[in-house]
Design a protein around this ligand. Structure first.
Ligand code: 5AD
Ligand code: SF4
Length: 438
């Protein structure tokens, strides 16, 4: 019997790591229908846009991308085109109405319906909340998997920060049951995965069912650390108010939990934090950082910031700069506020765009300085690097340090090995090191 040639699936992923994970799971779901992933839209039998709605003009960007794909559909009328992710959830049926080349619109909770949608006519499937949407997707067979993998444990958000669409597009907080998470992590470990990054929009609000008990993220981290082969654990993204004692303690006493934490604060001004509905103050955030650093003194911190939130004055912005100076971030992401329709902040008067632009530049200069300092401080230090792939030069390997620095070094080691490396040079985005010992 001759084997059917595989059909080609191209997925374009926008936005966060959660979408990267979802794209993988969608590809796996379509694997059962004879599709394999390809790197180009040209020649694909199916194209999925896995969209993000978090900032500006997201829907418009998707419509213009769809416009660019139109000629491919003319060339190949059998080509299936789908829109997935948060823009799909927000726009729904409207996408089918506005763009005739689209066959399927599928919200983030409904990816298990993809094979059935691909086989049928034009349709939209939106929110169908479920205890664990991934339970409907096939197990994760991926012989080409690298040694570091994402694993979604939680989705959605109940925080309703005044600027943010996530509570509307991803819905309320849902945690996957403990047994499913452990099962998936064990499967990944059997495939050679050494490092797992637990994902959730509000990952530290995880409260997964375990029989009659409910387990926290701190508990889950310690449990996953016991799996044979899993040597490193990370998690992202966290809200300061969900940083519970056992999770903070795990940073000090669970060696598998890596010393890097993404803990967005958004602003250093209490007035802005209140207007943003963050429900914490700059002081409480700094106190939390103090407790985390007491548990793990070399903890590297990363954050998210928004400048130009409605009503932000020069003094509010100065408070953000002071907070950044107090924390010393190893890495950070900063954005100009963008009004998202349907969110409370969108009703308020915006800050003048040139003022917001200037603040963004000032903040980014300070954050870049701190990042460069954190990179430079690594020179001469020893770290452990998980070998993920070949480096840019022959004989070079590339991977991540415990503190999530990208590191290149020369050695003859297989992927998945954790190497002792001394850092000899710091660039702006990566470090160069030398392997130590055998
Ligand atoms: N405008 C600008 N930045 C935003 N973010 C979320 N919503 C908005 C918005 N409307 C940023 C926040 C969040 C990150 C993922 O994106 O900083 O932490
Ligand atoms: Fe959005 Fe994060 Fe706030 Fe939730 S906690 S509303 S995801 S910014």
């Amino acid at each position: 019997m001759t084997e059917q040639p595989k059909k080609k699936l191209f997925i374009k992923t926008y936005g966060c790591q959660m979408n990267v994970y979802d794209s993988e799971r969608m590809a796996e779901a379509m694997g059962g229908s004879g599709y394999e992933r390809t790197d180009t839209a040209e020649g694909a039998d199916m194209i999925l846009l896995n969209t993000c709605h978090i900032r500006e003009k997201a829907a418009e960007k998707v419509y213009s991308e769809l416009g660019r794909l139109k000629p491919l559909k003319t060339l190949n009328p059998d080509l299936k085109i789908g829109v997935a992710g948060c823009v799909a959830q927000a726009e729904g049926e409207e996408i089918l109405a506005r763009q005739p080349i689209v066959d399927m619109v599928v919200g983030p909770q409904s990816y298990h319906r993809l094979p059935e949608l691909a086989a049928g006519g034009r349709a939209a499937v939106l929110t169908e909340f479920d205890e664990d949407k991934f339970a409907h997707l096939p197990a994760r067979p991926s012989p080409t998997r690298g040694p570091a993998a994402f694993l979604t444990v939680q989705e959605g958000c109940d925080k309703f920060c005044a600027f943010c669409v996530v509570p509307y597009t991803r819905g309320a907080e849902v945690s996957r049951p403990v047994a499913r998470v452990i099962g998936e992590a064990e499967g990944l470990a059997r495939q050679g995965v050494r490092e797992i990054t637990l994902l959730g929009q509000n990952v530290n609000a995880y409260h997964g069912a375990d029989g009659d008990a409910t387990r926290s993220l701190g508990w889950l981290v310690r449990r996953l650390a016991r799996i044979e082969g899993i040597e490193r654990i990370r998690y992202t993204t966290s809200h300061p108010n969900d940083m519970e004692d056992d999770l903070i303690a795990a940073h000090g006493d669970c060696p598998e939990l890596m010393p890097y934490l993404h803990l967005p604060v958004q602003s250093g001004s209490d007035r802005m934090l209140k207007a943003m509905n963050r429900r914490h103050t700059a002081e409480s955030y700094l106190a939390l950082i103090g407790r985390l650093r007491a548990a793990r003194p070399d903890l590297a911190l990363s954050g998210d910031f928004i400048v130009g939130f409605p009503g932000e004055t020069d003094a509010d912005f100065e408070d953000t700069m002071s907070l950044v100076r107090a924390v010393h971030y190893a890495q950070a992401y900063s954005f100009k506020y963008s009004a998202r329709p349907g969110t409370p902040a969108a009703e308020r008067d915006p800050v003048a765009p040139d003022v917001a632009d200037a603040r963004l530049q000032t903040l980014q200069a300070l954050l870049a300085e701190q990042q460069a300092e954190a990179q430079a401080a690594m020179v001469g230090r020893e770290t452990r690097v998980l070998v993920e792939k070949a480096g840019r030069l022959p004989g070079q390997l590339a991977g991540k340090s415990e503190h999530l620095h990208a590191v290149h070094f020369e050695a003859d080691l297989p992927k998945g090995e954790i190497a002792r490396v001394r850092i000899v040079e710091a660039g702006s985005h990566s470090l160069r090191g030398e392997a130590i010992g055998g």
